[in-house]
Design a protein around this ligand. Structure first.
Ligand code: PEP
Ligand code: MN
Length: 351
């Protein structure tokens, strides 16, 4: 599919704010990305899932005519979030064909099933007009994401897109609103290779100043498009004010975006890959050796009646490997993950 940008305010707040944002996004429709016209879809949330009950929770059906007006005046496709069959019914009544399931909805199989049941009841031609956009669940559980897609596929919807918006974490390791955990969208792409995969750097970072960098990272990784929040006046936004770009900032981001070239035969690249294969072989060989020693240690501890988990030893391993990581300029985060994974497997082997 052509490179796709879904952009607009987090929430539709008033007719003026919705139309004024749309009007200022109009120059985006003239952009060429990788020699192809950008496919642009306007977004605005009508029903907002907010953490606190006193927060602005959207204008609901009152905003439907504003989105219709955006479509008629500017010729944009329009999209909004749906979390129930009632939302869907209202949107379909207004001819809104791009509908996204937010992170909190994807995480809830009851809600997704109700949405799927409603979709199932539609005619085949109506189903064909719709595109359902499934954001990753708020928690890092790929099967919940897969399950949501399966429910929609079972309802007969063919046009399904995926959006990676990051995962919430009790212990953030990076200065972002959500954790990217890039391996999850990559695994999702492996499971559904034909479904377009978009990135939402707005909800991922939670910070307008970080959106361009993360948008470029996603595009460099091969994502097929972006969902980005833009507001005519971000400072006064009623939701997600810190992460929304001005239309001008979004235009600059899009004009600076560098799309990777499609893969082609390349001898130098092949050579690098061969070197990586050789190093990987050595790594796996060493892991096999390490696990072999673990097996012997396990037998020894059993013989001597020693505890499998030795707190002091583990502390020593962790600290020495982390020091080593610092000396070699390796990310402490990566080394900690590797040590934890190897240690967990070593414990499992000894039990
Ligand atoms: C949104 O797109 O405005 C939104 C609520 O996103 P998410 O479900 O990713 O939090
Ligand atoms: Mn938002």
């Amino acid at each position: 599919m052509p490179f796709t940008l879904i952009a607009g305010p987090c929430s539709a707040e008033s007719r003026e704010q919705t139309l004024s944002t749309a009007e200022r996004l109009l120059p985006l429709t003239r952009l060429q990305i990788a020699q192809e016209p950008l496919r642009f879809i306007f977004r605005a949330g009508l029903w907002k899932p907010r953490t606190h009950p006193e927060s602005f929770s959207g204008v609901g059906t009152e905003g439907l005519p504003w989105l219709e007006e955006v479509r008629e005046r500017y010729g944009f496709e329009v999209s909004t979030e749906v979390a129930s069959a009632e939302h869907l019914e209202s949107c379909i009544g207004s001819g809104i064909n791009y509908l996204w399931l937010g992170a909190r909805t994807t995480a809830n199989p009851f809600l997704v099933q109700r949405i799927a049941d409603y979709l199932k009841s539609l005619s085949t031609s109506k189903k064909d007009e719709l595109t359902l956009i499934v954001k990753n669940p708020i928690n890092a559980d790929i099967d919940i994401w897969v399950g949501a897609v399966e429910r929609l596929l079972q309802s007969g919807i063919e046009h399904i897109w995926l959006v990676h918006r990051g995962f919430s974490s009790a212990t953030p390791t990076q200065l972002m609103r959500n954790q990217p955990l890039w391996s999850l969208p990559i695994e999702m792409h492996r499971r559904f290779p034909t479904l377009p995969l978009l990135s939402d750097p707005s909800h991922l970072t939670g910070d307008a100043s970080k959106v361009p960098v993360v948008a470029q990272q996603a595009v460099s990784m091969g994502f097929n498009g972006l969902m980005i929040e833009a507001h005519c006046c971000p400072k006064s936004a009623l939701s997600d004010a810190q992460q929304q770009l001005t239309p001008q900032q979004l235009f600059e981001l899009m004009t600076n975006l560098k799309l990777p070239k499609p893969a082609s035969a390349d001898a130098q690249l092949e050579q690098y890959r061969q070197s990586i294969n050789e190093v990987d072989e050595q790594i796996w060989e060493l892991i096999v050796q390490r696990m072999d020693i673990v097996k012997h240690i396990g037998e020894y501890k059993r013989e001597k009646g020693l505890s499998v988990f030795q707190h002091d030893r583990y502390e020593h391993i962790l600290k020495s490997r982390l020091d080593w990581a610092t000396d070699h300029n390796l990310s402490a985060d990566l080394v900690k993950k590797i040590v934890e994974a190897i240690h967990e497997e070593a414990l499992r082997k000894q039990l």
